[in-house]
Design a protein around this ligand. Structure first.
Ligand code: PXP
Length: 266
């Protein structure tokens, strides 16, 4: 086979748009709107994690995304039976099975594929039967590769969190090397290779250069950048509205108070 450069896709994780919404119990900001903006900006897929505790993404979000996006939806769920059954009902184009602990702030590491092979294999089978491509979120550990293949999964998503959080350059280089080796071996045995967690504009370059990796799933840094990059426009819009509304107001402050006023709720 001829050498080729594989394309690298971006999956945008919009969980934290829902995190902000849930913090206030409002119906905005909308993860669907964020997903549609991402789609228009060139995202290749949208990822959401329907957590068992529903701390951010809700079931109605998954349904809205599934029916509105023209790019693939990649649904992350745990391998728990009820979550896999829910996921099968949505028939997403892709599903990433992840480990989940209620008390964690975010997904903390890869799946225990060796310890949970039976449960993961059953989940892969159920999802494959509804036409969903399944990836397993894993550590770049060559010892699990045979077990990953045996589950029937189509892809692996390599956990890049330890690379992102490495305490120094030597440690980061060591982890980068293990990610590169794992990606090469996984590709060689026929698995699609994805990666994600903790990726930022500063640290994505070396991961994007690993030739076997075909998809990066990024959330926290993109939403964080969007907040800071969009804040000036947001503040200016509100200030503009306030100044114009006041200047066009029909109600001056009267010196003796008590004059008739009209208030409009719109
Ligand atoms: N991939 C998986 C499997 C994840 O669980 C997450 C976090 O939800 C991501 C990628 C994205 O990580 P981050 O939000 O740090 O970019």
């Amino acid at each position: 086979m001829q050498d080729q450069i594989l394309p690298l896709r971006l999956g945008v994780n919009v969980d934290h748009v829902a995190t902000i919404r849930q913090a206030r119990g409002t119906n905005y900001p909308s993860p669907l709107t964020a997903a549609l903006i991402s789609q228009a900006a060139g995202a290749d897929s949208v990822t959401v994690h329907l957590r068992e505790d529903r701390r951010h993404i809700q079931e109605h979000d998954v349904m809205d995304l599934r029916s509105s996006l023209s790019i693939p939806l990649n649904l992350e769920v745990s391998a728990a039976e009820e979550m896999v059954a829910l996921a099968c009902g949505y028939r997403p184009q892709a599903c990433c099975l992840v480990p989940e602990r209620r008390e964690e702030l975010t997904t903390e590491g890869g799946l225990d594929v060796l310890g949970q092979q039976e449960r993961i294999t059953a989940a892969v089978k159920a999802l494959s039967q509804v036409g969903t491509q399944v990836s397993l979120f894993v550590e770049p550990d060559l010892a699990i590769l045979d077990a990953v293949r045996a589950t029937g999964a189509h892809a692996v998503e390599i956990h890049t969190g330890r690379y992102a959080d490495a305490e120094n350059a030597t440690e980061r280089a060591r982890i980068l090397e293990s990610i590169g080796t794992f990606a090469m071996q996984a590709h060689a045995v026929g698995l699609k290779v994805h990666a994600g967690h903790g990726l930022t504009v500063e640290n994505t370059g070396p991961i994007a250069r690993i030739p076997e990796i075909q998809e990066l799933n990024i959330g926290h840094a993109l939403i964080a950048d969007a907040i800071l990059m969009g804040l000036a426009a947001s503040v200016a819009r509100m200030k503009n509205l306030m100044v114009h509304t006041r200047l066009s107001s029909a109600n001056p402050v009267s010196a003796n108070g008590g004059s008739a006023r009209s208030y409009s709720a719109i």
